[in-house]
Ligand binder design. Structure first.
Ligand SMILES: *Cc1c(COP(=O)(O)O)cnc(C)c1O
Length: 380
């Protein structure tokens, strides 16, 4: 790619962070397992690498690629999505306050409640669909407003641009967990967010075979420098192989997301008209309360949906016990379709309805997925 030239997302997905190896001409990058790198005769590191916790060629490549896809000034990769979340909050000080959605990913809530609360960082978990509630929750100590849209598992959407503007008016930063949408469907930095966070474990990895996280920043500012410090000093970095695996998946991301969206739309439409299903949560359905907002700030409605089975937990468990193509498992974003009884993984405090099943719609043929759900619904 020519430096400085603007390219479309599909082109960036194939080329950003990739390059022919100058030494060998290899078109596909090597995996640099070396933890340490040779010094110059004068003691310097003119090739830019010293020790793999600080920098590694595979990690640099992944960070550059993700920054390009999200349209940011820089990226930092981590060993898991929650390691990325933790590094963000490590930039806060005792007394700082976070505003977060009540239906935030439960692992992110755990980080705030169980790791940072005892260091004096406070958090308010609120209904962010209502902008007045967001405004009322903000205090002079609020440093971060956390955005997650569409949310898990009810696929609720919030207005990214409006919340980012509100955060900035109060001197706070807006940070979005963009895991469910991916940079293909939603670009939070362009909508005004300061940082975007990903569990690369999900759509970016795309194969359910690598755990990882990343943060992309809009500006190369002191907050990003602080995040780098948390990454380098804290050391929660991904392995070179893990970075390579995510890089390997990025070129197909735009096409995978198109197919995930198309399949999810068909599955949602099937479920929405089924008489054993009381409600289907998918922003692509015209009757969904978040349809207009999602259509405005997303370029597709995503591959995640959930639905509630009439008959509560027993009916939901019976359905999940009878699927033949879907796999009963947590996580999302892989090529294979997954189905999950969400309340049981979230634990006893979960507010998720007991009859709810969450689906990560994969890349099988939509007709086969619908047939599978149809036969399993007869057992519900
Ligand atoms: C999975 C997930 C995370 C956490 O990522 P891990 O890699 O499991 O640590 C954070 N946010 C969302 C929305 C997720 O789905």
């Amino acid at each position: 790619m020519k430096p400085g030239k603007k390219y479309k997302l599909e082109t960036l997905a194939v080329h950003a962070g990739h390059g022919v190896d100058a030494g060998t001409g290899a078109v596909t990058e090597a995996i640099h397992l070396s933890t340490t790198f040779e010094r110059d005769a004068d003691g310097g590191y003119s090739r830019g690498f010293l020790y793999s916790r600080n920098h590694n060629p595979n990690r640099n490549a992944l960070e550059a690629a993700l920054a390009a896809l999200e349209g940011g000034a820089g990226g930092a990769a981590f060993g898991s999505g929650l390691a990325a979340v933790t590094a963000i909050f490590q930039g806060l000080a005792p007394g700082d306050h976070v505003v977060a959605p009540a239906d935030i990913y439960h692992g992110t809530a755990n980080v705030l409640k169980h790791l940072f609360a005892k260091w004096g960082v406070t958090a308010s978990f609120i209904d962010m669909k209502n902008l007045d509630t967001v405004r009322a929750a903000m205090t002079p100590q609020t440093r971060i407003v956390w955005i997650e849209t569409p949310s898990n598992p009810l696929l609720q959407c919030v207005d990214i641009a409006a919340i980012a503007e509100m955060a900035h008016a109060m001197g706070a930063r807006a940070i979005a967990d963009n895991t469910f949408a991916s940079p293909v469907l939603q670009q939070p930095l362009a909508l005004g967010c300061d940082m975007v966070m990903h569990a690369t474990t999900k759509y970016l990895g795309g194969r359910s075979d690598v755990l990882g996280g990343a943060v992309v920043t809009r500006l190369d500012d002191e907050h990003f420098a602080q995040l780098r410090t948390a990454q380098l000093f804290g050391g929660a970095v991904p392995s070179p192989f893990d970075c390579w695996l995510v890089m390997r998946s990025l070129p197909t991301l735009p096409y995978r997301m198109q197919a995930h969206c198309a399949n999810a739309q068909k599955v949602a439409e099937f479920l929405a008209q089924h008489d054993k299903v009381s409600v289907t949560h998918y922003p692509g359905l015209p009757g969904n309360p978040f349809h207009a907002l999602a259509a405005r700030q997303m370029s597709g409605f995503g591959g995640m949906l959930s639905f509630e089975v009439k008959g509560g937990k027993d009916a939901a468990m019976a359905l999940a016990a009878h699927v033949e193509i879907f796999t009963r498992a947590t996580s999302l974003g892989g090529v294979e379709s997954l189905i999950e009884h969400r309340a049981s993984i979230e634990g006893p405090q979960s507010k998720t309805p007991q009859g709810l099943l969450r689906v990560s719609v994969g890349l099988e043929h939509a007709d086969d997925l619908i047939d599978d759900l149809a036969q399993a619904l007869t057992c519900a």
